[in-house]
Ligand binder design. Structure first.
Ligand SMILES: Nc1ncnc2c1ncn2[C@@H]1O[C@H](COP(=O)(O)OP(=O)(O)OP(=O)(O)O)[C@@H](O)[C@H]1O
Ligand SMILES: [Mg+2]
Length: 365
C-alpha cells in the first residue's frame, strides 16, 4: 500500500509521515508548494515538480487557509480515485468561520449566534441591535489575533472604525461565558481520540496557546463528544479538530480545523495522535481499495451479460448445460447462491420457468 502526504511540511505533517511508515509500504512526503494542477480539455493533471503525480492508495492533503484553492483542486481531481480524508468542498468552508457556521447551523449543531454583513456600515447597524458583551472576529484563521472582545456598543463601534481602513470583513458573535477557556476535540473517523482544554492567560479572554494560553488534558462528556463528531461529519472531514466552548447551556462549537497541529495535543494528553491518524488512514485506504475491487467485479459481471441492481445480482443471461436430461447450472450460480449439498431446497418449476429457494430452518428447532 502506497500513501502520500501533500502538505506544507510542518512538524505535525512530518510526525504523521513517520507514523504512516509503520503501516504503509511506502509513504511520500510531498510539499504542497511543488504541486501544479492543469485543467486540460480532456483531463485534469496533477504534477509534482513538473512530473505527473504517482498513484497512491491514500493521499492526505493539508495546508493553511491561504492554500485553500490548491487543496480543493488536488482533492477534487483525485477524490474518487484514491482515499482522501477530507472532501474537496471542505477546504473553503472550514477555512472560513462564517461559512463553517452556516453549514453547522443546517446540521443543528449549536454555535454562538453570529452576524455578518457585507460592509462595516451595515455591521454597525447590527451592533445597535444586539446584547453585550460580544466578540468581533475575522473569518479566516489568525491564531487568536483577529478575535476582539467588546463589552459595549461604543467599544465595538470604535473597533469597527479602526478596522475600516484595512478593508477587512468581520463576523459579530455572541460572547459565551466559559471562564476564558475553550476545548479542542480531535476527531478521527467516528471518534474523539483526544481532547484538551485551553485556559487563557491572566486577564485575557482568548484561550489560544499563541496568546499565552495553557492546555490541560480533559475528558469530554458524551454530549460534547457527539457534537464534535457530528461537526466533523457535517464538514466532510475524517480528521478534524473541533473547538468548543463548554458553557452552562451545553457545548457550542466555535470553529473547526482540518489541518490541526499535533504538538499541543500530544504534549497535553500524552496520546500518540499521529499513530491513531496513521492507523485510521491505513484502514480507510484498504476499505477504499476493496470497494474498488467490488466495482471491478461488478464490471466483469456486466461484461458477461449479468445484470446487477445495486449490490444484488438479479439476472444472469446464459445458456444451461444438460447432463442427459438433467439441467446443469453454471458454477457462478453456486457461488452467488452459496447453496450447499446439505441445504434443503424448494424447487418451483413451470413451463419456461424455474425458481429454487433454500428452505430456511426455523430457529431453536
Ligand atoms: N463567541 C465566543 N465567546 C467567548 N469566547 C470566544 C468566542 N469566540 C472565540 N472566543 C475565544 O477566543 C479564542 C479565539 O477564537 P477563535 O477560535 O474563533 O479564532 P482563532 O483562534 O483566531 O482562529 P484560528 O484558530 O482559526 O486561528 C477562542 O479560543 C476562545 O477562547
Ligand atoms: Mg481558534
Amino acid at each position: 500500500m502506497k500513501a502520500a502526504i501533500i502538505s506544507l511540511e510542518s512538524e505535525s505533517s512530518r510526525w504523521t509521515v513517520t507514523a504512516m511508515q509503520n503501516y504503509f509500504d511506502n509513504v511520500d512526503n510531498i510539499n504542497l508548494k511543488e504541486i501544479e494542477v492543469h485543467s486540460l480539455k480532456n483531463k485534469i493533471e496533477i504534477l509534482h515538480n513538473g512530473k505527473p503525480l504517482g498513484k497512491y492508495d491514500c493521499i492526505y492533503v493539508k495546508g493553511s487557509f491561504r492554500y485553500a484553492l490548491i487543496l480543493t483542486a488536488i482533492t477534487s481531481a483525485l477524490f474518487d480515485k484514491t482515499y482522501m480524508p477530507i472532501a474537496p468542498e471542505s477546504f473553503d468552508i472550514v477555512h472560513d468561520k462564517f461559512l463553517t457556521q452556516l453549514v453547522l447551523q443546517k446540521h443543528n449543531i449549536p454555535m454562538p449566534d453570529s452576524y455578518f454583513s457585507p460592509t462595516l456600515n451595515a455591521a454597525k447597524k447590527i451592533l445597535k441591535k444586539i446584547n453585550y458583551p460580544i466578540i468581533i472576529k475575522l473569518p479566516k484563521g489568525t491564531g487568536g489575533k483577529g478575535v476582539m472582545f467588546a463589552d459595549s456598543f461604543p467599544a465595538a463601534s470604535s473597533m469597527l472604525d479602526a478596522i475600516g481602513p484595512l478593508k477587512l470583513q468581520v463576523v459579530i458573535q455572541e460572547y459565551m461565558e466559559t471562564n476564558s477557556t475553550d476545548t479542542r476535540a480531535i476527531v478521527v473517523g467516528d471518534k474523539v481520540v483526544a481532547s484538551y482544554q485551553r485556559k487563557a492567560a491572566e486577564g485575557e479572554k482568548r484561550a489560544n496557546i499563541h496568546m499565552g494560553g495553557v492546555g490541560i488534558k480533559c475528558i469530554l462528556d458524551e454530549k460534547t463528544k457527539k457534537v464534535a463528531v457530528k461537526t466533523a461529519k457535517a464538514l466532510k472531514s475524517d480528521i478534524c479538530a473541533v473547538d468548543i466552548l463548554e458553557t452552562p447551556l451545553g457545548p457550542f462549537v466555535i470553529e473547526a480545523n482540518i489541518s490541526p497541529g499535533l504538538q499541543g495535543v500530544t504534549k497535553y494528553t500524552g496520546i500518540d495522535v499521529a499513530d491513531i491518524i496513521a492507523k485510521f488512514l491505513y484502514k480507510k485506504a484498504n476499505e477504499f481499495k476493496d470497494k474498488g475491487k467490488t466495482k471491478d467485479t461488478s464490471k466483469i459481471f456486466a461484461d458477461l451479460g449479468i445484470k446487477a441492481a445495486s449490490d444484488e445480482i438479479k439476472e444472469i443471461i446464459t445458456n444451461v448445460d444438460f447432463r442427459g436430461d438433467r439441467i446443469l447450472l453454471p458454477e457462478l450460480i453456486t457461488k452467488i447462491t452459496k447453496f450447499d449439498e446439505k441445504d434443503e431446497l424448494s424447487i418451483k418449476a413451470d413451463k419456461g420457468r424455474l425458481n429454487i429457494e433454500k428452505i430456511k430452518k426455523e430457529e431453536n428447532k
